[in-house]
Ligand binder design. Structure first.
Ligand SMILES: [Ca+2]
Length: 174
């Protein structure tokens, strides 16, 4: 069976959450992707992609960034063209971080938060953040290059209790 498994190629990650109630500070959640090489697959990212950082070759793209969760349906979206990634990259971890603005905001404080990971019309994972309600950031997906050069997907929800900057440097441990 394994030899016929082509793995995943082009994946879309979407994120939604409800806006804060009137008069309360806006909640800003961010999708973050971190890429790793075979030399350091769980250490420092080779590069990261988020609202303020693009991938050097355009294979991972943040299509939409929301700063407040306003709007219908999904608020933030990222596309990962794993099948176009250079061979040097062997691992990609995707996570969600909550901007921390004076205080500590956890997933438990975010209304109706959830994400979906799809390839085409196939849903690879879809979930909320109930399991990480006490965390301020979480990894949600790991993609690893397999022996035949394709990509395997693993749904890994792991909570972190850090600000977004610290999360980026530690999410490789997921
Ligand atoms: Ca955002």
């Amino acid at each position: 069976m394994g030899s016929l498994n082509k793995g995943v190629g082009k994946v879309e990650v979407t994120l939604r959450w409800d806006p804060s109630p009137m008069g309360e500070p806006a909640h800003d959640l961010d999708i973050i992707a971190a890429t790793y090489t075979a030399e350091d697959p769980h250490g420092s990212p080779a590069y990261i992609v988020h609202f303020d950082s693009r991938s050097p070759d355009g294979t991972i793209t943040l299509n939409r960034d929301s700063r407040d969760g306003q709007g219908f349906g999904f608020d933030e979206a990222m596309t990962l063209e794993l099948d176009r990634l250079a061979p040097a990259y062997t691992r990609v971890v995707v996570g969600i971080a909550i901007q921390q603005r004076g205080g500590r905001t956890t997933f438990g404080a975010i209304g109706n938060g959830g994400f979906r990971i799809r390839e085409g019309y196939t849903v690879l994972a879809e979930a909320g953040f109930a399991d990480v309600s006490a965390s301020t950031a979480a990894t949600i997906a790991e993609f690893t290059r397999n022996a035949s050069g394709g990509w395997d997907f693993r749904h890994v929800v792991r909570g972190f209790d850090t600000d977004p900057n610290s999360f980026v440097s530690s999410m490789g441990a997921a």
